[in-house]
Design a protein around this ligand. Sequence first.
Ligand code: ZN
Ligand code: ZN
Length: 145
Amino acid sequence: MTASQPPTTAAELRGAGLRVTAARVALLETVRHGDHLDVEAIASGVRERVGHISLQAVYDALHALTTAGLIRRIEPAGSPARFEGRVGDNHHHVLCRSCGAVADVDCAVGDAPCLTASEDHGFAIDEAEVIYWGLCPACSTVSSS
Ligand SMILES: [Zn+2]
Ligand SMILES: [Zn+2]
């Protein structure tokens, strides 16, 4: 093993203090290769890699990896939770009200948090969570024609 190689998924799990299981490795890879997947899509991705796994086991693994900071959970109001592998940069999301499409939105200005609260109530704020809602290009074309 040479020092120049990127850490394997298993090594990242160990580095985060997690026990390495085939399901967790498959789940982390599924989330990273996907695009803001919901739990159902993640479960089917994991099953393609390691065979049968219960939905409860998928939830447990998602919880462990989210807590460890390896994946990020976004919870749009009234929409199923999504998971992504892009963590630690406080980027935001734009969601389509009609079809549920999600896209990343980088911080508008400066470093996180990119939104300055008008009143911080004495808190040391380090993150802003913003979801922009609207219609994606495909859906806005449909509704305007
Ligand atoms: Zn749409
Ligand atoms: Zn994202």
